[in-house]
Design a protein around this ligand. Structure first.
Ligand code: 2AM
Ligand code: CA
Length: 265
């Protein structure tokens, strides 16, 4: 069966916005209920799980033969050829604390290849998307990575290690290097948003380890369609399932990756 990826991408954008409204509304209720400590985590998992359920149900209608790799485990169906990779709420810690940076991230894989990506940053109503063969877009306008050619002129984003502390020293040394040799580092708390911001030229690059496929799949694809590069810390292709990602504009990517390699390998 041939799939119209452009139409499918539009449908996934519409779905993300619909679920995004739900998450935003629940978040507003959550703020006013913050004093009630009991149920805080329940509430969050309710928002995550309900969102994922809605996403999975709709995607199952849009592409019945596809399987799912979804953070909350709503469906574990494996697709023979097609699989959706879903994070219904990327940036949960921000969401809990009422900090406006969290997103829905949905990617589609054909066998081992990414062919569609949608990231909807809920608070700013920004939808970033691309499909196989397309440019990358933000709310209907084409986006590209920057042409900044030197790390010295770059703004980077990262995320802090949150369970694998065995590589903490390497991480901190790398952090120090970037502090001294770039415009600065940002830590937004949503890897999907970080990657979307690389794609549209707000950041020159992003790196993090210990991330899951659903945190990075859509963003990695959108960065590439926006003219950027994505690898693991070795400069190889294992960035979706390998728990290491370096993404950046093409012009300073080699310099960026070299520094990461020197610190981590
Ligand atoms: P999540 O909000 O979907 O969990 C931030 O560095 C990135 O790490 C986010 O994309 C976040 O995705 C992911 N992450 C997963 N577990 C985390 C945790 N316990 N603490 C902080 N970030 C976590
Ligand atoms: Ca999540």
């Amino acid at each position: 069966m041939s799939i119209n990826l452009q139409t499918l991408c539009q449908d996934v954008c519409a779905l993300s916005k619909e679920v995004g409204v739900f998450i935003k509304n629940e978040g507003e209720k959550f703020s006013s209920m913050k004093v009630e400590v009991k149920g805080k985590n329940d509430f969050v998992s309710y928002v995550d799980k309900t969102s994922e359920k809605r996403i999975v149900e709709k995607l199952a209608l849009l592409l019945p033969e596809a399987g799912f790799i979804a953070e909350e485990g709503t469906s574990t169906k494996k697709g023979e050829t097609y699989n959706w990779v879903i994070d219904p709420l990327d940036g949960t810690t921000n969401f809990i604390h009422g900090i406006p940076c969290f997103a829905i991230s949905i990617a589609l894989m054909r066998n081992e290849e990414l062919i569609l990506g949608v990231i909807y940053e809920i608070n700013f109503d920004e939808c970033f998307y691309a499909w196989e063969g397309s440019k990358a877009y933000l709310n209907g306008k084409e986006i590209t990575v920057t042409k900044t050619a030197k790390l010295a002129d770059s703004l980077l984003a990262t995320g802090f290690p949150y369970y694998d502390y065995s590589r903490m020293d390497e991480y901190i040394e790398l952090f120090k290097y970037f502090m001294k040799h770039t415009h600065g580092l940002r830590r937004l708390g949503s890897a999907a948003t970080d990657l979307a911001y690389v794609a549209c030229g707000r950041f020159e690059g992003f790196y993090e380890y210990s991330l899951q496929p659903w945190d990075v799949a859509a963003g990695a694809f959108i960065v590439q369609q926006a003219g950027g590069k994505v690898t693991d810390f070795k400069g190889e292709e294992n960035y979706i399932f390998g728990k290491e990602i370096v993404a950046g504009n093409s012009a300073c990517f080699d310099e960026f990756l070299d520094v990461v390699k020197k610190h981590f390998n």
